[in-house]
Design a protein around this ligand. Sequence first.
Ligand SMILES: [Fe+2]
Length: 286
Amino acid sequence: MLETLPIASWTGPYAPEIKARALAGLEGGAVLFFPNLAFALAEKEKQFLDARVSDGKAKNISLDPSGKLQSTALTGKSAKDLAAMMARFADSTSSLVAGLLPYRDIERARTSYRPVQVKGRSQSKISDDRLLHVDAFPSRPMRGRRILRFFANVAPTSPRHWHVGEPFEDFARTFLPRVGPHMPGKSWLFDKLGVTRGRRSLYDELMLSLHDTAKLDDAFQKNSPHQKVAFPPGSCWMVFTDMVLHAAMGGEFALEQTFHLDVEQMAQPERAPIKVLERLSGKSLA
Ligand SMILES: [Fe+2]
């Protein structure tokens, strides 16, 4: 479930044996864990280790690839410095991914900073990431494209606690028969109304249903097999979050970088959630 890699640098070249373990682990549904890789903050960036840098509304502060910073209470020079820290994290993770993985066409998406303690945050079940789930974006249709996420725990002392659940196929076999029927016309309407950026595919509808149904199922949350993981301060991890069931249980001050890639980029495309769901449902989903 955890593939531990002894990498200590953001730039390659990395040993072929390490690259092979990274690729097989990632596509096989493991969390790649980098205990010796820290994202170090500059002295002036340590002011951002404060929950008040968040605007208190959204869960995360985000920086999109165009440089737009959202959901921070900071303004002026401080906001600029925070954006620069997040952009430096995006550059570092992009360099590592380019050196470690064979994906030649990978899209650098949003960067997020998560300064608020996870434990004790109150929110609806659907948006509560302390419940086991696979990632699916309500407003951004993926049509089968993968969601790869790289995390760094930049907290000075507290570990980030996760639960990691059962393999995707086991999860999908349980929940597929329970998700509601597809409503023809809804994806078209959401696109027209601007609720989504582009039209949702059947795959997107299914993934959103799986996400919601799993979070709303108290018995599943309580009884489904899962392992506890603690990512120490100064460590990093990377995972396909559209495939690996995960829940963030506690911790503060994490940075996250999202990447997207087409299934065809994978060494084992048949492992992709869309391929698994197509095989189980007997339908073409995108
Ligand atoms: Fe998630």
